[in-house]
Design a protein around this ligand. Sequence first.
Ligand code: BV8
Length: 227
Amino acid sequence: MESVRAAAALLRDAGAVVVFTGAGMSAESGIPTFRDSLTGLWARFSPEELATPEAFEKDPELVWSWYEWRRAAVEKAAPNAGHEAVAEIGGTLITQNVDDLHERAGSADPIHLHGSLFAPRCFDCGRATTGAVCAECGGRSRPGVVWFGEQLPAAALARAVEAAESCDLLITVGTSGLVYPAAEIPHVAAVNGAAVIQVNPRPTPLDEVAAVNLRGTAATLLPAILR
Ligand code: BV8
């Protein structure tokens, strides 16, 4: 396919490469995306309702059981061929995902803009926690993710912006490009002269900045670019 060849040529000739991933990256590992409506016992909620500090304050047990359900699903899942291709591409990996599938596929040091399902912390003092209550201050343990309305980790965001500003090529995979400030990252790369390749089966606002738009899935198209 012409555009896969064009993407492969851009990757071959690029110096600094950034890969930017969203929930679609893990879809072929069986992890539902945010745009998929929640199913089963969560069908009556939307992620935006559950992924907020207010939801946690109102009903910590409900919010914890959603995150425990998601963590268990990730532990049962396996990285897909797309995660493996991202590890092979190397460069700087910036992910909005809170799963550990990139790490398990061999990506060394992903920048997690929205935290991790595997890093619970104290709701009050922010320190890492291992049990239900913070050993330091007695505060409640919370999932180690960034909720809607919360600031992204400043160091991670600064590292991500710096990488996007200085790269030659940014490959955006499996993101609807709707959640800010993370959604700025591909635009930062484009305005600083990088070429942008998008991998997504559906149109997104990033269509307008993509030099190459690959309409398809991560697990099929990312390995194809590397062939
Ligand atoms: C902040 C962790 C401010 C938790 C997440 C109005 C306008 C603009 C912005 C706002 C607004 N109102 C509110 C805001 C701010 C808000 C925001 O952007 N809201 C959106 C919904 C409009 N942002 C925030 O609140 C952020 N914080 O702004 O703080 C502030 C300022 C000062 C002081 C204090 C605070 C925090 C945002 C972080 C939220 N946390 N995750 C958790 O996981 O539970 S975000 C969460 O949703 C995910 O992490 C992910 O990042 C995001 C969903 O995005 P995607 O990854 O793109 O996933 P999605 O399902 O949307 O799309 C999947 C795509 O994959 C689709 O395009 C699909 O076609 C594609 N796909 C499907 N299958 C495949 C595939 N692609 C490839 N292969 C496949 N097989």
